[in-house]
Design a protein around this ligand. Structure first.
Ligand code: ADP
Ligand code: MG
Length: 359
């Protein structure tokens, strides 16, 4: 069994703390993704698991072994980086087998392991080529192959698709998902791209400024975010946020008035415990949860993105806030018009002044 457990892990560079006491549990065979904006500490945390960065405080287990102070080579991990770092003068075959050769494995074993990785990654046609004669996607497959031949307990990926163009990224994403299904090893994957996180992960850890904001299954984070940061980070187009004030409570509902919308009230399904009338809050509504109504938010359509099956209306509310509305199956030209929109109480989230979700 080789899950990964981090206990109160801290990283400091001198006086600068970049990882603030992170606890996490990754089950054996789980595909876990660290996602967050640039600079939030994803690579640092991953490199700490790999042993490439020293852990300042806390403990790290892989399976039942405490690896906190072990060298990278003793941890049973293999890492794939954003830049492929292949040896330019070696063939694909030799690039994949080189690590094993350096560690003194017999030729027969190397040949078998390279053949297995080649099969998994469908690299047969390229075995005798040098990296210069490969596309970006093929090079990244070779560097994944290099990780596979080592037979690690845990695979670590640091933004492996960020150097590829959009189309190839989607293709490689599917390949990595397939690889996980076939190999079944524990994988930790770092990305700033929430779509990659949503499509690949069994479990996502959302990071911000060296703290875990929330952990859970992709759709759990989408449906039930703990705070405004997670709500805004997961989902594309992003959730709309509108500043508002509490104006009353009804059974299980909070009545709010969006700032600058004197005639509009919205009801959100929340107990709103402790939010007195007049409290400033932020309400969050996803683009697909807004629908036309007789009354409700009045929004002027500034631009409409027509993608065929779906359209995104970029609107502006009377109070001046932008709001994106998703529409399906309707292709009416609405640019320049003012429309009225509302959402079901269960689809309106409420965040307190500190960004905490009020359930
Ligand atoms: P991410 O991968 O999420 O973009 P990093 O893990 O690379 O972020 O960086 C997290 C933070 O740690 C950043 O603020 C970065 O400036 C800082 N950092 C990374 N490496 C060092 C270092 N060697 N010395 C000082 N600060 C560092
Ligand atoms: Mg990084």
């Amino acid at each position: 069994m080789s899950g990964v457990t981090l206990k109160n892990v801290v990283k400091r560079y001198g006086d600068v703390q970049v990882i603030h006491g992170i606890d996490l549990d990754i089950a054996d065979g789980e595909f876990c993704v660290f996602v967050g904006p640039s600079g939030c500490g994803k690579s640092t945390l991953l490199r700490m698991v790999a042993g490439l960065e020293e852990t300042t405080e806390g403990a790290m287990m892989i399976g039942t072994r405490d690896v906190t102070r072990l060298d990278p080579s003793q941890r049973g991990v293999a890492m794939v980086f954003q830049t492929y770092a292949l040896y330019p003068h070696m063939t694909v075959r030799d690039n994949m087998g080189f690590g094993l050769k350096m560690n003194g494995h017999p030729k027969k074993v190397i040949t078998e392991k390279v053949a297995e990785a080649t099969r998994i990654l469908k690299l047969e046609p390229y075995l005798d080529r040098k990296p210069a004669a490969l596309s970006g996607g093929q090079r990244q497959r070779v560097s994944i192959g290099r990780a596979i031949v080592r037979g690690p307990e845990v695979f670590l990926f640091d933004e492996p698709l960020s150097n590829l163009d959009a189309e190839l990224r989607v293709e490689m994403r599917v390949e990595i998902a397939r690889l996980h299904r076939e190999i079944g090893a524990t994988m930790i994957y770092v990305t700033h791209d929430q779509v990659e996180a949503m499509t690949l992960a069994d479990k996502i850890f959302v990071l911000k400024s060296g703290y875990v904001q929330q952990a859970g299954a992709p759709l759990h984070l989408y449906d039930d975010p703990d705070n405004q940061f997670v709500a805004g980070f997961i989902g594309s187009p992003a959730m709309n946020f509108i500043p508002a004030k509490v104006i009353g409570q009804a059974e299980g509902r909070l009545i709010v008035r969006p700032d600058g919308e004197d005639d509009v009230t919205l009801e959100a399904k929340t107990t709103g415990a402790g939010l007195a009338d007049g409290t400033p809050v932020t309400i969050g509504i996803r683009p697909e949860c807004l629908h036309p109504a007789e009354t409700g938010l009045s929004a002027t359509v500034e631009m409409s993105e027509e993608l065929g099956g779906v359209s995104y209306l970029h609107t502006r509310l009377a109070g001046g806030r932008p709001m994106v509305v998703e529409r399906r199956g309707i292709r009416e030209m609405l640019e320049g018009r003012t429309i009225h929109l509302t959402a079901n109480p269960a689809d309106i989230m409420v965040f307190d002044p500190d960004g905490r979700r009020q359930r």
